[in-house]
Design a protein around this ligand. Structure first.
Ligand code: ZN
Length: 180
């Protein structure tokens, strides 16, 4: 009676949610949207300042863009490989937009897929935008290093550390200054 009146009053105090919120990071059961992400330019992480960049030229004539701080090491690495008869090249620096595009390709296209899904759940594993060593110009994906049995991988495994590069074990092609 009187209690029911209170309940009704409380009930009417509820308001519809009007603010679209970030989907909770713990769920994959409810897709936040079935349409495209409305604001692809909005980031949840501070934008990574573009590093100072330079190009290292491969034996093939192509180039790898990396941070200026490591370009001499990369040039030396490429030259050492060449002197051992190995032509190495690959992809280095990636802009924030490029990292988002890679996440879309490897992880999925929802907000969750791009910004929240753990890197290990992408195929292949792909860092959340803002956290990739590629965005710092400190990682290289070598194009001929798809497996550990390639001459590319075996040469790098024996020599890359001399030039300050370490492999990410889950990706034979990915070498960076810290192994991430
Ligand atoms: Zn990589």
């Amino acid at each position: 009676m009187a209690v029911a009146g209170f309940v009704a009053a409380v009930g009417t105090a509820c308001q519809p949610q009007t603010v679209p919120t970030v989907p909770p990071p713990t769920t994959t059961t409810t897709a936040p949207t079935t349409t495209t992400v409305p604001q692809t330019t909005t980031t949840t992480t501070p934008p990574v300042p573009a590093p100072s960049l330079a190009k290292a030229t491969c034996a093939s004539g192509s180039t790898i863009t990396v941070a200026t701080s490591v370009v001499e090491d990369v040039r030396d690495l490429l030259a050492a490989a060449k002197s051992d008869g190995l032509s190495l090249c690959g992809g280095g620096y990636r802009s924030a937009d490029a990292q988002i595009a890679v996440r879309q390709a490897n992880c999925g296209t929802t907000y969750y897929d791009i910004w929240l899904k753990p890197a290990s759940q992408c195929m292949p594993p792909t860092a959340i935008p803002g956290t990739s060593m590629h965005e710092k110009g400190l990682a290289i994906d070598f194009t001929t290093c798809s497996t550990r049995t390639t001459s590319c991988y075996m040469w790098l495994a024996a020599n890359a550390a001399d030039f300050g590069f370490v492999n990410l074990p889950s990706e034979p092609w990915h070498w960076s200054t810290n192994g991430l």
